[in-house]
Design a protein around this ligand. Structure first.
Ligand SMILES: [Zn+2]
Ligand SMILES: [Zn+2]
Length: 156
């Protein structure tokens, strides 16, 4: 019986304990496949995720980018109503912006009804009660009389 167990354990040892020579020979390959493979995969995924985040970030930045106000013949910036603007930099901003990205000052917005200028962060005109409505920007810009088209002054 004891002989049987000895043989059994020897057989077990052959199965369980691997051939170390072979293991050491393939160790670099195992390392590459087992460790570097997943690491490289994770790194690639991380890079891809970062690239996607960066791309989205750029798209978001582009949407809030300021644009230069057109100027009249005297060089005075033409500011359409309902558009947040920085008087110091003559920049027009997207409807949601309240702070100049260049100088950091509070933006101003002109009332489309009576022309009263108020901080862009304040949504209602103190003079007539007109609310600063987001999204009306394109129609108001198109309807602004007299002034050159956006970018026209710079091109001329
Ligand atoms: Zn500014
Ligand atoms: Zn008003």
């Amino acid at each position: 019986m004891a002989d049987f167990w000895t043989q059994f354990l020897q057989l077990l040892a052959k199965i369980v304990i691997p051939d170390w020579g072979t293991v050491i020979a393939v160790l670099p390959i195992l390392l590459v496949l087992g460790v570097l493979g997943p690491v490289m995969t994770l790194l690639a995924l991380g890079w891809a995720a970062a690239a996607v985040r960066e791309h989205r970030g750029h798209a978001r930045l582009a949407s809030i980018e300021a644009r230069s106000a057109a100027r009249d013949v005297l060089g005075v910036p033409i500011v359409p109503p309902n558009v947040p603007y920085c008087a110091r930099d003559a920049l027009l901003f997207a409807p949601r912006e309240t702070r100049c990205s260049v100088c950091g000052r509070d933006l101003q917005v002109r009332c489309p009804v009576d022309g009263t200028v108020r901080p862009a962060a304040r949504q209602v005109c103190a003079a007539c009660g007109t609310r600063f409505v987001l999204g009306e920007l394109p129609a108001l810009v198109a309807a602004s009389p007299g002034g050159p088209p956006p970018g026209g002054a710079a091109a001329a």
